[in-house]
Design a protein around this ligand. Structure first.
Ligand code: 5AD
Ligand code: SF4
Length: 349
């Protein structure tokens, strides 16, 4: 698909034309990655962050937030819970915690690998090559780092550089590739200042990066950030951060990168309720990342407000499984690594 075609789909609002897009994405999903839905248990182990991203509630300048970092024992406890729930992967996510000792995290990863059969995915921001190498050596399998937008000047604006560090996201993505991680990236849909042209270019870039995972979600304004609702004036040709736009991006990601693992993200479920997961799975997605963070901490991991799963702990894990089965899919068994990583892909050969 060319950038022009992607752009046309992003602008398409006719619901019967969009039905064709959903059908195609679902057919490609079924043919290339099958009916299994892989569940990745998400542990948000630290909400400390050195950065000042203007879109994110964890930014260092947000003083309204109590900060935490979970202990190694607590994290390993969550890993055991992931195994009990039948999940194949543990995703360890945090802000760019400036006091996080890479050796400590390496120790956590190797303990999880020693006591469980889980694949481990890290999502801890931009780190020097040496830290990434240490974690890979400790057993980490995958790494998620969204580039958020292909527009470099918009990115600099919303994600100001850290004074103590000079890495670019693309450089970190290159390191991850060299170190043989399965690599995931993605974009923030509807970031203030993001045009349709930028989103189409971002999608093209997702294809060029030949990723094993693509995670994209809608921008949800956080009141304690510079991009709070009502505080920004939309640019001409601004992309809306709606569920519809997110479904288009999911479907196009599936069609352009057929073998890639694509989650229906929590931000989508926040906008559209549990139906967001279901609809995402019908329009290209094949992964869900249920939240395993202990509730006392989960409430504090306020990247954006109203996060879906904070409201429904009681029944949450069972209901995800039931809904997957209700739409005729089945829960994947084992780590559910990328088919592309395992043996290449006909579409990119
Ligand atoms: N709305 C939606 N997603 C957000 N993220 C950060 N802030 C927001 C927000 N306000 C996403 C970013 C980041 C991921 C960890 O969370 O895309 O990469
Ligand atoms: Fe920190 Fe990531 Fe939020 Fe930026 S998006 S403030 S790096 S947690």
């Amino acid at each position: 698909m060319t950038r022009e075609e992607i752009l046309q789909w992003l602008r398409e609002d006719d619901s019967s034309a969009l039905e064709d897009l959903w059908r195609l994405a679902d057919a490609v999903r079924s043919r290339c990655v099958g009916d299994e839905v892989h569940l990745r248990g998400l542990v948000e182990f630290s909400n400390r962050c050195a950065r000042k991203c203007t879109y994110c509630g964890l930014r260092v300048d947000n003083t309204h937030l109590r900060r935490y970092r979970m202990s190694a024992e607590e994290i390993v406890g969550c890993a055991r819970k992931a195994v009990d729930l039948g999940y194949g992967t543990l995703v360890l996510q945090s802000g760019e915690d400036p006091a996080l000792d890479p050796e400590w995290l390496a120790g956590v990863v190797s303990e999880v690998k020693a006591v469980t059969p889980l694949a481990v995915t890290l999502s801890v921001g931009e780190w020097p090559r040496e830290a990434l190498r240490l974690w890979k050596q400790a057993g980490a399998d995958r790494y998620l780092l969204r580039f958020e937008t292909s527009d470099e000047s918009l990115f600099q604006q919303v994600h100001p550089p850290r004074p103590d560090q000079s890495l670019s996201r693309f450089q970190v993505l290159d390191y991850l590739r060299e170190l043989d991680y399965e690599v995931g990236s993605g974009v923030l849909i509807g970031l203030p200042g993001q045009t349709y042209g930028d989103l189409a270019r971002s999608m093209e870039l997702l294809g060029e990066l030949e990723l094993e995972m693509i995670g994209c979600g809608p921008f949800i304004p956080h009141p304690d950030t510079p991009l709070a609702a009502g505080g920004t004036r939309p640019v001409p040709d601004q992309v809306p951060g709606t569920e519809l736009m997110t479904y288009k991006v999911l479907a196009l990601a599936r069609i352009t990168c057929p073998y890639t693992n694509v989650p229906a993200t929590t931000a989508l479920a926040t906008l559209d309720g549990v139906a967001g997961y279901e609809t995402g799975l019908r329009r290209g997605a094949n992964v869900i990342m249920p939240n395993l963070t202990p509730l006392e901490y989960r409430r504090l991991y306020q990247v954006y407000p109203g996060k879906a799963e904070v409201r429904r702990e009681d029944e949450y894990h069972g209901s995800i499984r039931r809904r997957i089965e209700a739409i005729g899919r089945r829960v994947g068994v084992g780590p559910g690594g990328s088919i592309r990583h395992a043996g290449g892909c006909a579409f990119h050969a």
